[in-house]
Design a protein around this ligand. Sequence first.
Ligand code: UD1
Length: 347
Amino acid sequence: MKVLVTGGLGFIGSHTVVSLIENKYEVIIVDNLYNSKIDVLDRIEKITGVRPKFYKLDCSNSEEMDKLFSQEKIDSIINFAGYKAVGESVKKPLMYYENNLDICFALFKAMEKYNVKNFVFSSSATVYGLPDKVPLTEESPVKSATSPYGETKVMIERILKDMAFVHKDWNIAILRYFNPIGAHKSTLLGEDPNGIPNNLLPYINKVAVGELKELKVYGNDYPTPDGTGIRDYIHVVDLARGHVLALKKLETNPGLVVYNLGTGKGTSVLEVIKAYEKATGIKIPFEFAPRRDGDVPENYASTEKAEKELGFKCQYSVEDACLDGYNFQKAETERVKNLIHKTAKTL
Ligand code: UD1
């Protein structure tokens, strides 16, 4: 079974590639390295002993995708490629709509032409907008998202429904991720965004290794027990396994299916800080700041459907994820330091 993983060198993509290889899938990665590093390919090989075939291509380019599909007989696609920075999307909506939609158009055209019938889409809990009630089930209403990034997810889900309507033999899994955190135990794969991180755990990691001074907790006046925002944090290795299970589900010809991938448990920002400190023994200084625009007070998943239909159950806790995330960040910071040292010596 040959699986094309677009954006396969990114944070969730790379962990999923490892999980696919461990489950004996043949993986082909396509990534334009916009937000990922080529080293990740070596690291995947180090972990799995397999070096997946890699194409440095832009998935939004239909001609390039056509050429790729004419060369490789692909059975299934998992699409991670796309821009994902919420704040940037507010400032550059056109860039987000164009790129994220074009990627899907190029892939759908290739699917039609080359008879590829299985597609897994990385969607987000952001499609639920401001929830009326939690936990969120797959039947909770999809609303207008709070950012152009989120809106691309809503739009692509809609387009997928239209594609499934005309292609009755296509199998599509829409996976709505909650908040992916953590890193691979090997410390070789993880999330290390350029610049100042927007998301909670990458920010805390940088505070923990001393690159940033203190965390700002956005809002302590939400209608939650401790006043801070509640999210469903899922370990990226659990999330990766969810993709393998979704792919196995598609092999049973279910048509279009939608699953939440979360833990089913809500954790507040203050609880995350506590879990991080307990797991790593490092104190995380923080101060309260005003609410961040577009944030919802609380969201977490109902996991019933994914558990029943996919057999998906998370193995890792928030504390496990905090420790793995920290260990990755520490190792990565060390690797970067060594590289700078080596480069300076050769100059
Ligand atoms: C955001 C996006 C989501 C995307 C996810 C992962 C929205 C509404 N959400 O989720 O679509 O899939 O990122 O990239 O578009 N926080 C702080 N201080 C910080 C950073 C965050 O207190 O420095 C708080 C936030 O207010 C929130 C929680 O931590 O309560 C989680 O924030 P974050 O990690 O950014 O994820 P989301 O906003 O939930």
